[in-house]
Design a protein around this ligand. Structure first.
Ligand SMILES: [Zn+2]
Ligand SMILES: [Zn+2]
Length: 309
């Protein structure tokens, strides 16, 4: 089951020559989600090969650099003749804000748009994963971070031992693997724990949107494979980060260290770092070594922990 994220925009507030404004695509086994949709996101999607055939866009908050791209993206989807429903998710206020986006422009859209307002903790649950919103701390605005959390997978089945025990290969193996005890023709009862290992953890991917470093992110990101955290400023602008409700790279790293994540990905850089964000990387790595400085188009694979090589 593949899981990868693709950074579509890593600039804060406004686009620069090098970076577009906020958006991130997650592709899980052919299913695409978008998180935030700043101006120009549709062109970034084309550039980096992200499918327009997506069904869900999640918004962290409604500052312009995270949302106005959805107007153009929906127009293009309509031009392409889309008829499938599009679901837009966001914090309270989403309905008012996104209805306007839907109505902006002369023509009606060719497809239905659902807008769903989310509260922290109200997970969007799908077959084998959930997307769990959590409150972040961004200038008093209603802002959410999101955790994509996969369910644990079944433990490994031991075929050699099954043969040794004389359990015929076939439906019985499946039964046992699904956690059911089976009775063999000779009356023996085989408990699944004999043949099936412990459940194996799914993956967890967490992104913050705009925020000060906050305990809610540490909680949500505990044990995550990847944390995508905003890092608008460097140490030299630490005061400004407080004033504007953003984080420094070092603060993002402190959150990553507190949560014990596998990897920290920094995004949402102030224009002054657009060309060269290496100082941000250096400052973050002083606190948390496994830090990557994001850039537009960067693709990051998320392997299962038990098969990572
Ligand atoms: Zn922003
Ligand atoms: Zn913001």
């Amino acid at each position: 089951m593949s899981l990868a994220l693709r950074l579509l925009g890593t600039s804060a507030s406004r686009p620069t020559v090098e970076r577009n404004v906020a958006s991130l695509a997650v592709v899980r086994e052919g299913e695409t989600f978008l998180f935030d949709c700043g101006e120009g996101t549709q062109r970034q999607m084309m550039r980096y090969g992200v499918s327009f055939g997506l069904s869900d866009i999640f918004f962290t908050h409604f500052h312009a650099d995270h949302v106005i791209g959805v107007i153009g993206l929906m127009r293009t989807m309509a031009l392409q003749g889309r008829t499938e429903r599009l679901r837009l998710w966001g914090p309270r206020g989403a309905a008012r804000m996104l209805k306007r986006a839907e109505e902006f422009g002369m023509d009606r859209l060719s497809f239905p748009v659902d807008v769903v307002e989310l509260e922290a903790g109200a997970a969007v649950t799908r077959t084998d994963y959930a997307i769990v919103p959590f409150d972040v701390d961004h200038r008093g605005s209603r802002s959410l971070g999101y955790a994509l959390v996969e369910q644990d997978r079944k433990g490994r089945f031991n075929p050699d031992l099954a043969r040794e025990l004389g359990i015929p290969e076939g439906p019985l193996w499946g039964e046992i693997h699904r956690g059911r005890a089976v009775t063999l023709a000779d009356g023996r009862v085989i408990e699944p724990s004999v043949l099936v290992g412990a459940p194996r953890p799914g993956r967890k991917l967490v992104l913050t949107g705009d925020t000060r470093p906050c305990p809610a992110t540490v909680d949500a990101a505990r044990g995550a494979d990847i944390l995508v955290h905003e890092a608008t400023f460097g140490d030299e602008e630490a005061v400004r980060a407080v004033e504007t409700g953003h984080s420094t790279a070092r603060e993002a790293a402190t959150v990553a260290a507190g949560a014990g994540v596998g990897m920290l990905v920094l995004v949402h850089f102030s224009a002054r770092y657009s060309r060269d964000a290496s100082d941000l990387g250096r400052e973050a790595r002083e606190v948390f070594e496994r830090t990557v400085v994001g850039k537009d188009g960067m693709e990051i694979d998320v392997p299962y922990r038990d098969v990572a090589g």
